[in-house]
Design a protein around this ligand. Structure first.
Ligand code: CMC
Length: 442
């Protein structure tokens, strides 16, 4: 198996920060740590012991929560790399399972390793038959992410033989199981909503072809996979595979830090991904386009997005980290054009999307704040054109991100001295007060 080649973080000799308490005049010197590329970090681990103060950073805009060798982002320059390979190159030359191998093991696979990995994954694509019964407990109109939270967590009730997180082989089997079974569970979720029979996976198809087959095939007739659509799905999966310490990945790491099993940890990531500020944005993009309804109403919605008294935001625009452009969006835009052309889609919502993109990119408000279309803007458009209902969009994101979650989880568990994550707080509630008996309360 390939091994990772990367440097451990080093304390930068002679580089440190000194903080001085203006009241006592006492100073503390904090070491600075260097990664292989990107900003150095100030190591505040001893800050409380030395000063009695915590740092305060509620949305983690200035906090590095871990060391990682998986993914590097330079938001100012619009750079995204996995294990040193740019996302543009991976999207262009690789395929999803190869990227999964890269994230999981650290290097691109040799031909033999790739073949073995594909076999290892396809070996696990079926789910325990009993899991089918879980679906029946849900309403047919349940949000697919609600079902996914439940059935992915339920995997830990079925695969007891890979739950020992301290056994490297069991960790690996759990990782393979998750990557292999998530598409099956996701497709079942879709089939359940339609009232159609579940389609068993076909291991003669590629990862992405099989996913399309399980979603759009029916037992009554043969299903021919459209190679352009399979390629576009594969690209969407590559582009969503990992994204450094985003909200859902941080959730998975935090859950994993308590030594919870990997299926439960990934289920927690799915719950976090569901939110409209994160993975739920691609669904919201299409809902927003439907709300806009026609091209002539775009200026009205642009005005609403700029109005600070109106909570409305242009979904699919802006990013916490990318303040230049989202490199994933650039790659996907090309595939969006290809898919729309292949399918000859004539959808007024997609026309609104294209017009909105054009107008927003020329608008001073968006230019000044560096609010570019993000990956969700284009993935939503592609998935809609392919025939996925909007409620499934975030599920597809989860299928891809499972690779990142489980790779990050594995990396964390393999670090020496795993400690439970436990942030502190700035308490702003009442100070101690006496309990008042109910009859004496005003
Ligand atoms: N529409 C209108 N104004 C916006 C938008 C938007 N989509 N996004 C940010 N702004 C404004 C915001 O009001 C603020 O203006 P001002 O400086 O005048 O107060 C400024 O831009 C900076 O915004 P912010 O809220 O500080 O940015 P953030 O980093 O906290 O938020 C974001 C990032 C992605 C949550 C936000 O841009 C947003 O809500 N976008 C729409 C939702 C979306 O598309 N999310 C998917 C993100 S990509 C997928 C993923 O990686 O999960």
């Amino acid at each position: 198996m390939a091994t990772e080649k990367s440097a451990a973080p080093k304390e930068v000799p002679g580089k440190s920060f000194t903080l001085t308490d203006n009241q006592t005049g006492k100073s503390v010197t904090l070491p600075v740590l260097d990664g292989t590329v990107g900003p150095s970090v100030i190591d505040v681990r001893n800050l409380y012991a030395e000063t009695g103060h915590f740092t305060f950073d509620p949305s983690f805009t200035a906090t590095g929560s871990c060391k990682s060798r998986l993914t590097y982002i330079d938001g100012e320059e619009g750079v995204l790399m996995h294990r040193g390979y740019t996302i543009e190159e991976l999207a262009d030359k690789s395929d999803f399972l190869e990227v999964a191998f890269l994230l999981l093991y650290g290097d691109l696979p040799s031909a033999a390793e790739k073949k073995k990995f594909e076999k290892d994954i396809t070996y696990h694509t079926m789910v325990h038959e009993q899991l089918h019964l879980f679906y029946r407990g849900f309403r047919r109109d349940a949000h697919p992410m609600a079902i996914m939270c439940g059935v992915v967590a339920a995997l830990s009730a079925f695969y007891h033989d890979s739950l020992d997180i301290w056994d490297p082989r069991q960790r690996e089997i759990s990782a393979h199981r998750l990557i292999a079974k998530i598409p099956t569970l996701a497709a079942m979720t879709y089939k359940y909503s339609l009232g159609q029979p579940f389609m068993y996976p076909r291991n003669d198809l590629s990862f992405s072809e099989n996913f399309l087959y399980m979603c759009f095939g029916v037992p009554a007739e043969p299903y021919k996979v459209n190679p352009i659509l399979a390629e576009a799905i594969d690209k969407i999966f590559i582009l969503h595979a990992d994204h450094e310490q985003n909200a859902s990945t941080s959730t998975v790491r935090l859950a994993g830090s308590s030594q919870a099993n990997p299926f439960a940890c990934v289920a927690s990531g799915i719950a976090c991904l569901w939110g409209p500020s994160h993975g739920g944005a691609n669904q919201e993009v299409l809902e927003m386009l439907a709300q806009i309804g026609s091209k002539d109403r775009i200026p009205e919605f642009i005005a609403r997005a700029k109005n600070k008294d109106d909570p409305f935001r242009l979904m699919g625009f802006g990013h916490r980290v990318y303040k230049n452009f989202d490199p994933r969006a650039n790659v996907l835009k090309k595939y969006a054009d290809e898919v729309l052309e292949e399918l000859g889609v004539d959808d007024p919502l997609l026309e609104i999307a294209m017009e909105l993109e054009k107008i927003a990119l020329q608008d001073e408000y968006f230019i000044q704040r560096k609010l570019f279309p993000n990956v969700d803007f284009y993935s939503g458009i592609i998935l809609k054109a392919m025939g996925f209902p909007t409620s499934m969009f975030t599920v597809l994101f989860a299928v891809a991100r499972t690779v990142g979650w489980i790779s990050q989880w594995k990396e964390m568990i393999e670090e020496p001295n795993l400690r439970i994550g436990r942030p502190r707080q700035l308490y702003t509630g009442p100070v101690q007060r006496p309990y008042v008996p109910i009859e004496k309360r005003g």
